[in-house]
Design a protein around this ligand. Structure first.
Ligand code: ADE
Length: 274
């Protein structure tokens, strides 16, 4: 049987199509391996790995620690609270793990804010190394060893493990074959907008009924309703997202309708004054 026949045979048997490209490899360098393994072994991230679409390897940074005590951190020059990750263990780890195709990522609250576009970009790369700092941060010289500093938002966590998990989860689900193509098509139809409202059974709950269009069976009417509601929700909750997203002719028309419907019921601009 040829490779193509094998593939279609598997598809016919309901098995996923094999990933046409090499699996994405991810190395996570951490002082707390136990924080990483559990979440990435479950649900979609776990399935992506068992299907061979990606490999995630977790490395204990302490193995590259200095001396008998495998020291990885030290006091900050100039004084101040907390310990800082030393550069030598990081350099030694990267010496072993880095390849010509690697992208080395440092989760850092001062980095570029990780957003969906960066997730798509990283999902297309072949080898990611994520260095999770602990303590009060990293020696400044570590920054020159990494390719990207990424933040998951304007708040400070106690280390890079949770940001690494957030990024890896969001990257793994974007790999071809990770989730069904219908979900991906639905996501791209409203890409850059907030999710439209969704309903399941029962048809009426606490006096609130499911919008009639969703049970009408008219696929085109459902599509249009969803797009309009995604635009409405985005306009109300995250209007800045609309500023940097080009609109199709249909979207512009629906947004116009949303704006007209909202006339007189817009939220007060000064709600949050201090
Ligand atoms: N480390 C601590 N807080 C962080 C954040 N918000 N994003 C990325 N890395 C971090």
């Amino acid at each position: 049987m040829s490779t193509a026949d094998e593939a279609s045979g598997r598809e016919a048997a309901g098995e996923p199509r094999p990933n046409p490209r090499a699996p994405l490899e991810i190395e996570i360098l951490t002082l707390f391996p136990g924080m990483i393994a559990g979440p990435l072994g479950e649900s979609i991230p776990g399935r992506v790995q068992t299907r061979g679409l990606a490999t995630v390897r977790i490395h204990d940074l302490r193995q590259w620690g200095l001396g008998r005590h495998k020291t990885v951190d030290d006091y900050t020059y100039g004084g101040g609270a907390g310990m800082v990750l030393r550069p030598e263990p990081v350099a030694a780890a990267l010496e072993v793990l880095r390849r010509p195709d690697s992208t080395v990522i440092l989760p850092d609250p001062g980095g570029e804010v990780f957003a969906q576009a960066r997730g798509h970009d990283l999902a297309e790369r072949s080898h990611l190394i994520i260095l999770c700092p602990r303590y009060e941060g990293v020696d400044e010289r570590v920054r020159s060893m990494v390719d990207l500093e990424l933040s998951i938002g304007d708040y400070v966590l106690s280390g890079g493990e949770i940001p690494a998990l957030v990024m890896v989860d969001s990257i793994l689900r974007l790999l071809p074959g990770a989730i069904d193509s219908e979900s991906i098509a639905e996501e791209s139809f409203t890409a850059g907008l907030l999710e439209y409202p969704q309903y399941t059974r029962p048809p009426e709950f606490n006096g609130v009924t499911v919008p009639a269009v969703l049970t009408s069976g008219h696929h085109e009417a459902v599509r249009k309703w969803r797009l309009k509601e995604a635009l409405r929700r985005t306009l109300w909750r995250r209007p800045e997202l609309l500023e940097c997203r080009p609109l199709s002719r249909e979207e512009a028309k629906l947004l116009g309708e949303v704006r007209a419907e909202a006339k007189g019921s817009e939220p007060a601009a000064d709600l949050d004054v201090e």
